[in-house]
Design a protein around this ligand. Structure first.
Ligand SMILES: Cc1cc2nc3c(=O)[nH]c(=O)nc-3n(C[C@H](O)[C@H](O)[C@H](O)COP(=O)(O)O)c2cc1C
Length: 387
């Protein structure tokens, strides 16, 4: 049987799947359930200041973004934990521990880094946590916290440096995807001495407008999560993985075991999930872990380390892509269902129906591959001009 264990920032996880800091980890019981379902690690909802200035709106704070009726993402207006620091320290972290997963505590970087340091000391003082995840990336933060810190390499450096100076456990930093260049922020985290990165938090977003009433679905900016954000996260993850020598926990839009593998192939060591658990319940964890183990066995992989980063060498620049030999589409008549989608989606007018069969004018084909992507029967392929 394949061994799913991974070592992240010096800590062993029984498998790479981690419950992200979000609603499913709002209390110890939720994390215990995820642990009993087999998850490798759990991260409580971000623990912040002593005072309760960040109470959640209790009048609806989620909006599903749908395409053809099916959800492709979710905007939320949820803030940090509603549990008091005392409750986490005295009770909930202990309950979470009963699930048997590694505990990676999410601590909020606060406007004054000395407050951040005090929080780190208090949380690690419980003896319940194995790692710390510094949150500099909340997408709807009050002044001076969340992505106000994480968008700046300088502020992120200071917060990380101060937190690391008191941390007795490995310290990772959770970054915001709402920046152009995550690499420069990640480099500042490395320079400040952190042990790992979490890539990334949800994307700052707006839920939309109800056209019947003319009013917004949610009256503030929120965090976008779920399948729609995965390409954004994969961009940041692969750029950082190629340039910054730190272990990475990837987060965003995992909806099947295959996406855990995809993130690992792009350089991640652990992979977190939040929205999928909110949409499917904690049971999805055991299903994915079984599917992951079966896939590893089928492929003959003995450990997760064998696949980490294997996709990265193939990623290249626009300039290099333009030098590659051109390809053109070809249609296999055996598999063609004659649905006509290839003709409709070809903006180069290279596909047409001639004598009842769809054919490609190779001189007109621009090699874009749109027809290949849309063909329902797999009848269209890209090949060299010689085909
Ligand atoms: C409802 C909700 C609440 C969240 N709360 C937190 C939080 O307190 N701290 C944090 O670091 N990230 C928080 N996140 C972000 C998630 O940890 C994760 O980075 C993001 O949702 C992308 O992963 P997903 O697509 O698997 O949900 C929250 C996400 C959701 C959906």
């Amino acid at each position: 049987m394949a061994n799913l264990a991974v070592t992240f920032a010096g800590v062993e996880f029984r498998n790479p799947l981690v419950l992200a800091s979000a609603t499913p980890s709002w209390d110890g019981e939720g994390m215990k359930r995820a642990g009993l379902a087999g998850v490798g690690g759990v991260i409580p909802k971000t623990i912040g200041p002593v005072q309760d200035w960040a109470a959640h709106p209790r009048n609806g704070r989620f909006h599903l973004i749908r395409h053809n009726g099916r959800p492709i993402g979710m905007v939320n207006l949820e803030l940090f934990t509603t549990k008091t620091r005392e409750a986490w320290v005295k009770e909930d972290l202990g309950v979470a521990k009963e699930g048997g997963a590694v505990i990676q505590a999410s601590v909020l970087a606060m406007p004054d880094p000395e407050d951040t340091a005090r929080l780190v000391e208090e949380i690690q003082g419980t003896g319940m946590v194995d790692l710390l995840e510094l949150n500099v990336s909340c997408p709807m933060p009050a002044a001076g916290v969340g992505m106000h810190i994480g968008k700046s390499p300088e502020l992120t450096y200071i917060q990380t440096k101060v937190a690391k100076s008191v941390a007795k456990r490995p310290l990772t930093v959770k970054l915001t995807p709402t920046v152009f260049d995550m690499v420069e922020v990640a480099l500042s985290v490395k320079q400040a001495g952190a042990d790992g990165l979490s890539i990334s938090n949800s994307v700052r977003s707006f839920a939309g407008v109800d056209i019947e009433t003319g009013k917004p679905f949610l009256r503030g900016y929120g965090g976008y999560s779920g399948p729609a954000i995965k390409p954004v996260v994969m961009r940041h993850l692969s750029e950082v993985a190629r340039k910054v020598d730190l272990p990475i926990s990837a987060i965003g839009g995992v909806m099947s075991f295959g996406e855990i593998i995809e993130y690992i192939m792009l350089g991640a060591t652990t992979v977190q999930t939040a929205t999928a658990v909110m949409w499917n319940g904690y049971g999805i964890i055991s299903k994915w872990l079984k599917d992951l183990g079966d896939w590893m066995a089928k492929k003959g992989y003995k450990s997760i380390d064998e696949i980490r980063g294997i996709a990265l060498p193939y990623i290249t620049t626009t300039e290099e892509l333009a030098k590659l030999p051109p390809l053109v589409a070809g249609i296999s008549q055996d598999n063609c269902t004659k649905c006509g989608i290839c003709e409709r989606v070809c903006m180069y007018r290279a596909v047409s129906s001639i004598g009842g069969t769809y054919q490609v004018d190779k001189a007109a084909c621009d090699g874009c591959g749109a027809c290949v992507q849309w063909c329902p029967g797999g009848a269209v392929k890209l090949g060299s001009m010689a085909i």
